[in-house]
Design a binder for this molecule. Structure first.
Ligand SMILES: Nc1ncnc2c1ncn2[C@@H]1O[C@H](COP(=O)(O)OS(=O)(=O)O)[C@@H](OP(=O)(O)O)[C@H]1O
Ligand SMILES: Nc1ncnc2c1ncn2[C@@H]1O[C@H](COP(=O)(O)OP(=O)(O)O)[C@@H](O)[C@H]1O
Length: 228
């Protein structure tokens, strides 16, 4: 158990223990650290990472973007290329024609899956943070990616905690009936039954976003996803 309460998987230290992953090439790590930013990291030459694989990583529920940023930063420091596909942002561009009706959420998730597949082909680890509240849509998305390339991360955060954060005030509007079909209020969220990773609280205490990201890294390391 380290200082942030994560039990490392057998044979793995977490990054906070000062562990430099054996497969991270010093040249790549230095170069990408110097770039110091997620978008800049994406511009780094693919060959510099030595990473031939890419994965779609889904994060559910509140705190998605925050954990995704930490995850991307850690992966970048390890010499990997990453790109974050954030549902909230994509709905301003690629998916601006879609509503929050069930069929439009399905199309939203399908498009993000297809985009993630393209990133994957280019050797970039794609971190997709979408609510994707319905199981059937997540399973359809899993099928878009090659077998084993879709890693589902469930952020098991109770509605009350999400609602207490509410930085955009959307829960308040939903409770007041000013937004209809809001996930968790008057639209369902179906928790996964077969996700690869669950991030939740321990003894009522939530891990920090960076600790959650480290847990994902441990999973990826342990299962050989980050080998050069
Ligand atoms: N009705 C309704 N239900 C849920 N969410 C809503 C809704 N209306 C707007 N928003 C904002 O849209 C963000 C979620 O978009 P997603 O593309 O991830 O949703 S979905 O996967 O298609 O369900 C989500 O942003 P995040 O909080 O960053 O997830 C909300 O701010
Ligand atoms: N582990 C955490 N502990 C406390 N607050 C958090 C945590 N993760 C995220 N937050 C805060 O919760 C709010 C929502 O986080 P965000 O990452 O934008 O969620 P999402 O992308 O799921 O909507 C933000 O104000 C963020 O700072």
């Amino acid at each position: 158990m380290n200082a942030v309460g994560i039990k490392p998987l057998p044979g793995f230290a977490t990054l906070r223990d000062g562990y430099l992953p054996g497969n991270a090439k010093a040249r790549s790590v230095l170069r990408i650290t110097a770039a110091d930013g997620l978008q800049q990291a994406v511009r780094v030459d693919v060959n510099a990472t030595g990473n031939g694989k890419a994965k779609l990583i889904r994060l559910n529920q509140m705190g998605k973007s925050t954990v995704a940023c930490h995850l991307s930063k850690i992966l970048t420091q390890m010499g990997k290329l990453t790109y974050i596909l954030d549902g909230d942002n994509l709905r301003h561009g690629l998916n601006s024609d879609l509503s929050f009706k069930a069929e439009d959420r399905a199309e939203n998730i399908r498009r993000v899956g297809e985009v993630a597949k393209l990133f994957s082909d280019a050797g970039v680890i794609c971190i997709a943070c979408l609510i994707s509240p319905y199981r059937r849509d997540r399973e359809a998305c899993r099928k878009i990616l090659p077998n084993g390339d879709f890693i589902e991360v469930f952020m098991d955060v109770p509605l009350g905690v999400c609602e207490s954060r509410d930085p955009k005030g959307l829960y308040k509007l939903a409770r007041a009936g000013k937004i209809k079909g809001f996930t968790g209020i008057d639209d369902p969220y179906e928790p996964p039954v077969n996700c690869e990773i669950t991030l939740k609280c321990d003894n009522g205490i939530y891990a920090s976003p960076s600790a959650m990201a480290e847990k994902v890294i441990c999973y990826l390391e342990y299962n050989g996803y980050l080998q050069a």
